[in-house]
Design a protein around this ligand. Structure first.
Ligand code: TRP
Length: 336
């Protein structure tokens, strides 16, 4: 027992990981290092279910073409960065319509004031936004995603922590009313990566218009790097890497010897910012190009991508059907 791996239960069976990804448009290296990459790191340890949260997206995206493109982009993005469909069940949420059915049942055991305490709802309310019922109900749909697949752990960003609390509370409430049915999930907050700066030094985000796209073309890489401001130190002057935005971005791509070497070049002087930018362009290109090419290849072979989603969808659907048999029975709608 003592050397039990954390990712296994007491029978040596891998724990179940569930997480959803909402389509966000064009992803950038901030998304990659902040969140996306970690699903790849976890895929060997857990029995993973990663899905494209298209039902959740409908709370904000009400345009057919945009939703379809968003779904496809998430699938391409994750496959291109190395999500392995042999290890991970990758699927689209709407291929498991049972989550909508379960959400309804959860709706019926949840009070309105309880849902009104959700941060996302309160934020929207504070901004005087028009709040649709879907947005209000968002936490219970997410609870259904999680509980449907018997999740042990749910990797999420800090902003989604409350939603996992909702899933836990809802599981408890259901279990209390109808008897032990749902496993209690734990959140897994992605290890704190430093905030990734954009090309202007502010947090990298689309709205700040300071991104380096994860699948950038060579031209886009050059353009983004050229925008990065530097101070006016001359070539020979010693430079403090910790004060350099260029270095802050560059160090994401390096470790060990290579990182040390670059750091020394700053400290010792002799490297001008022109050269530092050229080095960053080279390393970004080496990092991005293989993923970009993989994405382009996949995009030309959508049948394969769709097959991956369909296969994952079938597996998730079957798990859900098994779970819902039990649930329907317990709530009392299963009379035959
Ligand atoms: N709400 C999550 C987000 O915006 C996406 C999501 C939907 C999710 N269902 C989930 C994440 C279930 C984890 C588990 O990022």
């Amino acid at each position: 027992m003592s050397n039990l791996k954390q990712s296994e239960n007491s029978h040596g069976v891998r724990k179940i990981l569930v997480s959803g990804v909402k389509p966000t448009g064009r992803v950038h290296i901030g998304n990659y290092f902040g969140a996306m990459k970690q699903f790849i790191d976890l895929q060997d340890k857990y029995e993973s279910y990663i899905f494209i949260a298209d039902y959740h997206a409908m709370t904000t995206v009400q345009n057919r073409a945009e939703l379809m493109q968003g779904i496809i982009d998430v699938a391409l993005d994750y496959l291109a960065i190395g999500l392995d469909p042999k290890k991970v069940t990758l699927f689209k949420q709407s291929d498991v319509p049972q989550v909508a059915e379960l959400t309804w049942m959860f709706n019926c055991i949840t009070t309105v004031p309880y849902l009104m305490r959700a941060h996302a709802y309160k934020d929207a309310e504070a901004k005087n936004k028009e709040i649709n019922v879907g947005l209000f109900d968002y936490p219970l749909l997410m609870a259904s995603d999680i509980l449907m697949q018997n999740a042990d752990i749910v990797p999420i960003g800090q902003d989604q922590k409350q939603h996992v609390e909702y899933a836990r509370d809802t599981a408890q409430k259901f279990n209390r009313i109808y008897g032990e049915t749902f496993k209690m999930p734990e959140h897994y907050i992605l290890p704190k990566v430093e905030t990734i700066p954009g090309t202007d030094g502010k947090k990298m985000s689309k709205s700040n218009e300071n991104i380096i796209p994860l699948f950038a073309t060579d031209e886009e890489i050059k353009k983004a790097v050229m925008k990065i401001p530097t101070d006016s130190k001359g070539v020979d002057e010693a430079k403090n890497p910790d004060e350099s935005l260029l270095f802050a971005i560059h160090k994401l791509l390096l470790d060990g010897e290579a990182l040390k070497n670059l750091e020394n070049k700053y400290i010792e002087g002799g490297m001008g910012y022109k050269e530092a930018k050229e080095l960053l362009i080279k390393d970004l290109t080496n990092f991005i190009k293989p993923m970009r090419e993989k994405r382009e290849m996949l995009a030309q072979d959508m049948d394969t991508v769709f097959d991956i989603l369909k296969t994952g969808g079938k597996r998730a659907f079957m798990n859900a059907e098994k779970k819902m048999k039990e649930v329907r029975e317990k709530v009392g709608v299963e009379i035959y």
